[in-house]
Design a protein around this ligand. Sequence first.
Ligand SMILES: *Cc1c(COP(=O)(O)O)cnc(C)c1O
Length: 432
Amino acid sequence: MTTTTDTPQTLDSLSQGLLDLLAKHDPEAARILADEAERQATTLELIASENHVTPVVMHSAGSCLTNKYAEGYPGKRYYGGCEFHDQAENLARDRAKQLFGCDYANVQPHCGANANIAAFMAMLKPGETVLSLPIKSGGHLSHGLKPNFSGTFYNIVDYDVDPDTELIDYEGVERIAKECKPQLIICGYSAYSRIIDFERFRAIADSVGAKLMADIAHIAGLVATGVHPSPFPHAHIVTTTTHKTLRGPRGGLVMTNDEEVAKMVDRKVFPGSQGGPLMHIIAAKAIAFGEALKPEFTTYCQQIVTNARALAQGLTERGYRLCTGGTDNHLMLVDLRPRDENLTGADAEGWLESAGIIVNKNGIPNDPRKPMVTSGLRLGTPALTTRGMKEEQMKQVAELLDRVMGSNGNESVCAQVREEVRSMCGEFPMPH
Ligand SMILES: *Cc1c(COP(=O)(O)O)cnc(C)c1O
């Protein structure tokens, strides 16, 4: 068991205060929270969709705003006592608009998938046709996977990446769009390492009378800082999470420049698909957006991409193949087979975890292995960059990854790497 006193340097003072309080109040829960804090502080987080928020954002997410019902929108609530909730929500909306350069923002979706539910409901009638990239090629489950709401209530048609280049096959998108005449085309992905050409997508949408939805869940921080081109003014509707590269609390966001779309989105978030908003999270979103508006956040996002390139290069030099040949953003999809034909994503994920390196297995385009096995890993640099790591550390991380995978998860190699990871983490502490 980990006690809170083992890890004073890994915790910000408010987290330490909470754990001290909790240790008296509920020791069982305190132990779980302390162990997780220790895990985060002493491991290398390479999951592309994760990040480490600042203590201010983290603790704002636990404020007294959790106590209140604020169904409705600022100025139009179904409950009394919402004066400061209106102010918090307006602050979040205004900062989101400023950050992404758009006219309307709904900050109430509880998560990215909920933002997409509201977006589908705003743009489509049930049964209408959506053209999207399937999850197996880098899309997201909320873009049309059968068991998801999207695949259940809408007619989903797939486009794909080019089998040779692994880049979005824009000509294919256009051809399929002309055949299936979708009402909505979705771009924006979970495992795609290259720039998205929003303008080209809009031209295709216009040519068939479809609307364009951009889901920038992964790249939102890069978009907000100009490190990746903006979906505005091309997309009719833009959805995102707030907790990936944007480094805010866990949540969703929907944006548009179209007043009619904005009205529909508001109705479809509440009462269409959610009840009372998580006002404590909305306040934390406002605070995170405030952080993202500062020049330091732009420097941070630039470093994320510089780090991703350095990590990609380190892996390429060691015999791994990167899908699409590299990366323009915060993530890369690594094909393990050229390094070792028998290496699977599932094995690598397990071995690396035992060495203190946290990754997720991920299918690569046209992966012959099953989704629970895979031939690939998806790696991202947002969290390590938050800890202050730079290119030099990325070279080191590439070497550590390869040492573990090259040893086939040999126990003593993993234990040795675990110690080196711990010492790196000591040098690059969590935000505090
Ligand atoms: C992560 C992600 C989402 C969903 O986010 P949740 O907050 O997990 O619901 C939606 N779309 C894309 C492209 C994503 O990568």
